[in-house]
Write a protein that binds this ligand. Structure first.
Ligand SMILES: [Zn+2]
Length: 375
């Protein structure tokens, strides 16, 4: 690890942890939720609005930026921080997940992956070395090793993909040349405990400044996800941050923190906003619900976000019906606030040594409301 990055573990409560990850663009208080800006923008939200929400870290996708506008252009424009005008830390993924989830045709070999662009059908290739090169050109603070995310139920394939992921992790370390970026290794192995153990031990041995758990929330059961977190986190070094990739529904967040995860990212708050769903501490609200037509209350009566302080359910429902873009912006502001606030309250609960109670109360309220028929 370079001197520019360090993780301070400040408090533990059971397996839940509170800490700070220091980066060149600022400190990240953990547990932390990172909104996703797939194409170098968090959809429908300005960077200024993200700062007002006190978002600390955002994620951007290497696969998308590699295809469009291209890493050369982002580098020419001064890197991702400058290009998208975001002054705080950024994390880029390696492109691995999208190559396997978005590209129609792909051919994996030991050296890398050849695939067809989902934008124009052109043939493209990513290897561990090119993924790191692209991520160095993009210039995020946290970058990820190139991995192969296999479907959850095919053990033979998952084992092969895990071995490849391990070899690629070593090649990514070799290829990395910038000292102002922290490269995180990714643990794979599907839902198989022996493979996950092997992967966590191997990836931990390589000396990364942080570790990610990949290949979860891809169709496995919640019980399997929790079991894998309970298995993997104790193997990973305590003094380095743990990042659960692509996971960030409210219940997954509190459950992940309970099992020792520090960082999360998810497209859910902005994606749900575009589908008219508001996330609250007790469940989801479909803002198109007819009962909101004359409702003067905010989306969430207990929320302090800009949208809830100033706008009624009736107004937001009107914006959606009139197909006004502001509806997506206001619901996104609220949804991102909700996830950031869950992480902030979780962090305080860890400091107060009452995380298990916080988690149990949160989940009891969440399930209660959801079962009563909210979206
Ligand atoms: Zn709100």
């Amino acid at each position: 690890m370079t001197d520019l990055f360090s993780f301070e573990l400040l408090a533990e409560d059971g397996n839940a942890r509170a800490g700070i990850f220091h980066t060149p663009h600022g400190d990240l208080p953990t547990p932390l939720f990172a909104p996703v800006g797939t194409q170098a923008t968090v959809k429908a939200i300005t960077p200024n609005q993200l700062l007002e929400l006190n978002a600390q870290l955002i994620l951007s996708n290497t696969y998308h930026l590699f295809l469009r506008p291209g890493a050369d252009l982002v580098a020419e424009m001064g890197g991702l921080h400058n290009f998208m005008h975001w002054p705080r830390p950024i994390l880029t993924d390696s492109g691995g997940f999208q190559v396997f989830s978005l590209s129609d045709t792909r051919k994996v070999d030991m050296d890398g992956v050849t695939f067809k662009s989902h934008i124009d059908g052109s043939t493209r290739r990513l290897t561990p070395e090119t993924s790191i090169q692209v991520q160095e050109q993009l210039g995020a603070d946290i970058i990820m090793t190139f991995d192969e995310c296999a479907t959850p139920d095919d053990r033979t394939y998952i084992e092969r993909a895990m071995q490849r992921t391990h070899q690629w992790a070593e090649r990514c370390l070799q290829a990395k040349s910038r000292s102002d970026q922290a490269l995180f290794g990714i643990v794979q192995g599907g839902i198989y405990t022996d493979l996950r153990t092997q992967s966590a031990e191997f990836i931990s041995s390589l000396g990364f400044p942080g570790h990610a758990i990949g290949g979860l929330s891809v169709g496995e059961s919640k019980m399997d996800m929790h079991a894998i977190l309970e298995l993997v986190n104790p193997i990973l070094p305590k003094n380095k941050p743990r990042y659960l990739m692509g996971v960030g529904s409210p219940e997954d967040l509190v459950n992940g923190i309970l099992r020792g995860v520090d960082l999360f990212d998810c497209v859910l708050p902005t994606r749900l906003a575009r589908h008219h769903a508001a996330m609250t501490f007790t469940g989801r609200l479909n803002m198109m619900n007819a009962s909101f037509a004359h409702d003067p209350r905010p989306m969430d009566e207990n929320c302090t976000c800009y949208a809830c302080q100033n706008f009624s359910r009736a107004y937001i429902r009107h914006l959606i019906a009139a197909k006004e873009m502001l509806s997506a912006t206001l619901i996104s502001i609220h949804n991102i606030h909700t996830l950031l606030e869950i992480a902030r309250r979780a962090r305080q609960a860890i400091f107060d040594r009452r995380y298990a109670t916080f988690c149990a109360e949160f989940l009891a309220n969440w399930h209660h409301r959801t079962s009563k028929g909210a979206l």
